[in-house]
Ligand binder design. Structure first.
Ligand SMILES: C[S@@+](CC[C@H](N)C(=O)[O-])C[C@H]1O[C@@H](n2cnc3c(N)ncnc32)[C@H](O)[C@@H]1O
Length: 219
């Protein structure tokens, strides 16, 4: 199988490294081939939102801070970004976030119990713009079908991208997922509650148009 990510080069600042070294034992969940027990991990029965590829976690921290009665599980492979989010969690006393540092494809397949998530956020996934690389895009079958299976009935999958061709491709793929229903006709209206992300700002600076996709799991 083609890897769906490349590890992004990026400076690991000393604050990020320090946060990673001192906090990962508390907040990182090691990859394993067993289903997670969310109640055990978070210490409560609150609903869980999964975020794939949170980058530096700016939006993750804002959303988790506004919703202390919900739990957030972030998947990311970019260690400086993980260090940044851990630093923010410590500084803002965010106790409702846990992180898995591993390829989301395997985490979904092995660690997430079926029908266990309230929501899935995928903000600005890597666009893989070259035609020959499109098969690496995350938001296509069979991965989208696996994502749908992880949602509770009524749970939502929310994706945002600034890459027009990927937006159309993902819309087609999500429409084809038997377990999902598009909450909108075509692309979704902008969800006002979503904080801007770092890659969104980069996209807007290049005059890219932001497209949102919002699907729910059939009840
Ligand atoms: C374009 S960045 C967007 C980051 C952030 N969501 C934002 O909007 O600023 C995509 C992120 O997804 C992560 N990523 C890509 N493929 C992944 C995978 N298979 N598993 C986990 N993370 C992945 C990358 O490391 C990167 O940080």
């Amino acid at each position: 199988m083609n890897k769906s990510y490349v590890i992004r080069a990026g400076h690991f600042t000393s604050a990020q490294k320090k946060a990673y070294d001192s906090l990962s034992g508390r907040y990182l969940i090691p990859y394993s081939e067993e289903n997670l027990d969310f109640e055990k991990i978070f210490g409560n029965k609150n609903g869980v939102t999964l975020e794939i590829g949170f980058g530096s976690g700016f939006a993750t921290a804002v959303i988790a801070g506004r919703n202390p009665d919900k739990n957030y599980l972030g998947i990311e492979v970019h260690r400086p970004g993980i260090g940044r989010l851990l630093w923010e969690m410590e500084n803002s006393s965010l106790f409702n976030i846990r992180i898995v540092e591993y390829d989301a494809v395997f985490v979904i397949e092995k660690m997430i119990p079926p029908a266990s998530l309230e929501a899935i956020h995928v903000f600005f996934p890597d666009p893989w713009p070259k035609k020959k690389h499109r098969k690496r895009r995350l938001m296509q079958r069979p991965f989208t079908e696996s994502l749908a299976a992880c949602l509770k009935p009524g749970g939502y999958l929310y994706m945002v991208t600034d890459w027009g061709d990927y937006a159309l491709h993902a819309l087609e793929e999500l429409n084809a997922a038997g377990a999902l229903i598009n909450k909108y006709e075509g692309f979704a209206s902008p969800q006002g509650w979503r904080p801007a992300t770092r890659f969104e700002q980069k996209g807007l600076a290049k005059n890219h148009v932001i497209k949102e996709l919002f699907f729910t799991r059939k009840i």
